[in-house]
Ligand binder design. Structure first.
Ligand SMILES: NC(=O)c1ccc[n+]([C@@H]2O[C@H](COP(=O)([O-])OP(=O)(O)OC[C@H]3O[C@@H](n4cnc5c(N)ncnc54)[C@H](OP(=O)(O)O)[C@@H]3O)[C@@H](O)[C@H]2O)c1
Length: 255
């Protein structure tokens, strides 16, 4: 099971941040790379982010992992998305079936791509807990190598079934929305509490909260600010939180 792990690491998400702005993408991605980030998540529906991410990663693809998605129910359109991704990224390390769209149909043409070594891993994602039963069903087929799901102190539904199942099956977990799309950052706890946790910032505490669950491999916070990318990356190393520190983060996050 251990060699299948991807983390624990901090990656970079790309939804709603730099879109097709190549200059902004380059500055955020450069900051992330400089801080040691090597994992990047994108999707065709992120308004041009795949293309600008691909440009920002040029020359660094041998040391980076791109996790992107097939975001359509149509197999024909899915193949076209994959073709564009090959142009932008050279290859795709992790291809995820976005929001469970036609996942059985997409597996049929993507499994041979993985078999031929053109894709390393196939994944499946959903953002909504009412889709978690189907996400679990997909994992139980044994055909997926990775799962992406939401997990933060305000969204813990994954603890009921998906995180235990992923651990049982040895499937690495990528955590989307570690800040609840920013909602968890509206207020910051007192400096003394952060000191007790051994972190400098509240976002770092939230990232460490997720990564300190041994079933979690990668967190993919999104930002349009290079300094945030650097600060977030600093949460990707030990020491990890113990159970008591995780409970403290949960209390601080409130509701
Ligand atoms: N598969 C799916 O269905 C799905 C769904 C949602 C998301 N995702 C993936 O998960 C990624 C992350 O989720 P998300 O983008 O929804 O939300 P998120 O990462 O939970 O939150 C992003 C927000 O946090 C702020 N932020 C980031 N770092 C910060 C810092 N150090 N200090 C202060 N503010 C900070 C950003 O603002 P600033 O720009 O000001 O830093 C942004 O507004 C996405 O980008 C995407 O790659 C996947």
């Amino acid at each position: 099971m251990e060699e299948r792990r991807l983390g624990p690491v901090v990656g970079l998400g790309t939804w709603n941040t730099f879109g097709d702005d190549d200059v902004l993408a380059a500055s955020v991605v450069d900051a992330a790379l400089g801080a040691g980030v090597r994992f990047f998540d994108s999707a065709p529906m992120y308004r041009g982010a795949e293309a600008s991410l691909g440009a920002a990663l040029a020359g660094r693809r041998d040391e980076t992992t791109v996790a992107t998605k097939i975001s359509t129910r149509s197999v024909e359109e899915g193949r076209a998305m994959y073709g564009r991704q090959i142009e932008w990224f050279g290859r795709v390390e992790i291809e995820q079936m976005h929001n469970l769209a036609s996942w059985r149909e997409h597996l049929e043409w993507l499994e041979p791509e993985r078999g031929a070594g053109r894709i390393d891993k196939l994944g499946v994602t959903h953002y909504a807990s009412n889709a978690f039963d189907e996400l679990a069903e997909a994992l139980r087929t044994g055909r997926f190598d990775v799962v992406q799901l939401p997990y933060n102190p305000h969204e813990r539904d994954a603890e009921h079934e998906l995180l235990p199942l992923a651990a049982e099956l040895g499937i690495p977990v990528i955590v989307m929305r570690p800040f609840g799309e920013g909602a968890l950052l509206r207020r910051s706890p007192p400096v003394e509490a952060l000191r007790e946790l051994g972190v400098d910032t509240w976002p770092q505490a939230l990232l460490k909260w997720a990564l300190s669950d041994p079933r979690v491999d990668v967190v993919i916070p999104a930002t349009r600010r290079p300094e945030h990318a650097r600060a977030n990356a600093a949460a990707g190393s030990a020491p990890w939180f113990d159970a008591e520190q995780r409970r403290l983060v949960e209390r601080l996050a409130g509701r």
